[in-house]
Design a protein around this ligand. Structure first.
Ligand SMILES: [Zn+2]
Length: 196
């Protein structure tokens, strides 16, 4: 089963008015993780569409954590599509897909000097358990073919390319480092291949 449009509304935001589209995937057992698309402007299927595929980060986006730059990436992406049109897809995949409880366990190990990859490995957790099949469903629903992808992550470019999209451009998104986030961002750059 794939994600299908369930409801849509206007959403006034600090970036301006966006369209919020909620999708429902019948394969999901609960409705707590329904994927979202925030759309700005008319998405012309004949032209490249600005796309951000964003995985949730409750710790930074809701709690104000300084340990990563996810909220800054989300905010930059929303501001970018508001200015240039496009779509931000929001997927509930906390902690690169391991969930909030295990994310806290990983953070606890990082207090002892391990980086995010070492901590995941010590706990027997996948380094990256995220999936993007719902994002593919949503992009197809929106008629997207050519993509300007807002990302630093080459895995996402490869994933969309393999899914049949034409990723013709990449626009980097990253926030400013702080003393708490710098080690994580450095790990993403040196050990996860992110283009930072
Ligand atoms: Zn984060």
């Amino acid at each position: 089963m794939s994600a299908k449009i369930y409801a849509e509304t206007k959403l006034p935001t600090e970036f301006g008015e966006l369209r919020l589209r909620a999708y429902r995937d019948d394969a999901c057992e609960t409705h707590l993780d329904e994927p979202l698309a925030l759309v700005s402007g008319f998405l012309d299927p004949q032209k490249p569409i600005n796309v951000r595929i964003h995985s949730s980060c409750l710790t930074s986006e809701v709690l104000g954590s300084c340990k990563c730059d996810c909220k800054q990436q989300l905010d930059q992406s929303l501001a970018y599509i508001k200015e240039n049109t496009g779509v931000v897809i929001y997927l509930h995949q906390e902690g690169r897909g391991i969930g909030i409880g295990d994310k806290v366990r990983v953070y606890a190990l990082q207090e002892h000097g391990y980086d995010t990859i070492e901590a995941n490995e010590m706990l027997g957790l996948p380094i990256d358990a995220r999936r993007y099949d719902q994002a593919v469903d949503i992009l197809k629903d929106l008629g997207v073919k050519q993509v300007n992808l807002l990302t630093n992550n080459p895995d996402k470019i490869n994933y969309l390319t393999n899914a049949g999209f034409d990723v013709i451009q990449r626009t980097p998104v990253h926030g400013t480092d702080n003393v708490h986030s710098a080690p994580y961002i450095e790990t993403k750059r040196t050990r996860m291949g992110h283009m930072l």
